[in-house]
Design a protein around this ligand. Structure first.
Ligand code: GLA
Length: 393
């Protein structure tokens, strides 16, 4: 072969290998995001990574677990409070953004915060007078909200270190399974409660939260997650322009302390009517408690999977749909954020800077005979599932 031909062939081989290498780097590194100016559509792989996140004040080691689906969804969850620290999803142009409020470091969480991204237990939301009677016996609970108990008491499940039972990528799922044993009498609640909370990220762009519990004495349980979402990006401003739909035509009416009166009221003709999509800001000024902080009674059967809510953010195009087996959802428009908390990347969190949709049993159910029961007895299994599905339009 003449010398020039060999050189040309060499050059061709080099060019092909450069193109191939660029393609492989693109495919492995870009995970369905915008890459080299193009949107790469090849599906990636599920992955799980466990790294140290620091130590609690009493010296317990805490980890942070990254679940990724290789298609742009990445959840970072710590076993301190089971907190979702960050959650990245692509916008309509494939550009990733972190859509939950929180802190970069464990320290931020240890200093105290309004339940950002945390698992809430034993009892999500309020129990009036911080007491309830079960099988003729009265139990007094820790008061941490005036005369009431809120979100499990002084040291709820959001402030304990959960054990990592499993952190693995399997097939089209990335799974983090956490467990916590709550002692008999903890925060005043009877019975030793063994809890398992499993976060599963799927190839189908879903984040599933499954809660399981068993007890050795009759008790009450109501577990949820308290993520503060802002679909335009955490710290990017208020959520008043987000469109919200809630699958409920009734809500639980409350007194001044936000304790249900027992009455289920119609949302029709009120600012709580989200049966058709409405922006959060449309009627928020008409809500007499300074914003939304209400439990909506979901249509459909408790215990069965059903749509709970759908949120659309027009500037990013992000859509989040929630399905749950729970009978209710607390819609909270972060009315208590006041700009004093600085979160991730130094972002300031102002009033209405996020929304929470906490799927749950109704607040104060232990004191309301007409509400679906939250009682768990020995031999029974508590199990609820909530799924968040992400897309863009
Ligand atoms: C829930 C409650 C609110 C508030 C927040 C946390 O959504 O209903 O009243 O306590 O949690 O700040």
């Amino acid at each position: 072969m003449p010398w020039t031909e060999t050189r040309i062939n060499d050059a061709k081989v080099k060019l092909i290998s450069v193109i191939l290498t660029a393609f492989v780097v693109c495919a492995s590194g870009c995970h369905g995001m915008k890459c080299c100016g193009k949107k790469f559509k090849e599906p990636g792989k599920m992955s799980v990574k466990v790294e140290p996140f620091g130590k609690t004040q009493d010296g317990q080691q805490v980890e942070i677990v990254t679940l990724a689906n290789g298609k742009g969804l990445t959840a970072r969850i710590t076993n301190y409070g089971g907190i979702v620290v960050s959650f990245e999803t692509p916008d309509r142009n494939g550009v990733p953004g972190d859509i939950v409020l929180g802190f970069d470091k464990l320290d931020g969480y240890l200093k105290g915060h309004p339940y950002f991204g945390a698992i809430i237990g034993r009892y999500g939301n309020r129990i009036g007078g911080a007491k309830f009677t079960l099988d003729g016996k009265e139990y007094k609970l820790a008061k941490n909200d005036g005369e009431n108990t809120l979100h499990g008491g002084v040291k709820g499940f959001d402030k304990v270190v959960w054990k990592i039972e499993k952190a693995e990528a399997k097939g089209d799922k990335a799974i983090l399974k956490l467990s916590y044993i709550s002692k008999d009498g903890e925060e005043g609640y009877p019975g030793e409660l063994k809890c398992i909370m499993t976060y599963t990220l799927t190839m189908g762009n879903k984040l599933e939260m499954k809660y399981e519990a068993t007890t050795d004495k009759p008790t009450v349980v109501n577990l949820t997650n308290h993520a503060y979402w802002n679909l335009a990006g955490q710290g990017s401003g208020d959520v008043l322009g987000h469109e919200l739909m809630i699958n409920a035509d009734k809500y639980t009416a409350v007194d001044k302390g936000l304790i249900p009166t027992g009455e289920l009221k119609d949302v029709k003709g009120t600012p709580l009517d989200f049966t058709k999509p409405m922006t959060i800001g449309s009627r928020i000024k008409e809500v007499d408690i300074g914003g939304y902080d209400h439990n909506f009674v979901l249509k459909g059967k408790g215990g069965k999977m059903k749509p709970a809510a759908r949120v659309y953010e027009p500037t990013s195009g992000r859509v989040m749909e929630i399905e749950t087996t729970e009978p209710g959802v607390q819609f909270y428009s972060s009315n208590f954020l006041d700009g004093t908390l600085k979160g991730k990347e130094g972002k300031v969190y102002n009033k209405y800077g996020a929304f929470c949709l906490e799927t749950q049993h109704y607040p104060d159910s232990p004191n309301k005979v007409n509400f679906p029961s939250t009682v768990l007895r020995p031999g029974e299994k508590y199990e609820t599932v909530t799924v968040h599905k992400f897309s863009t339009k």
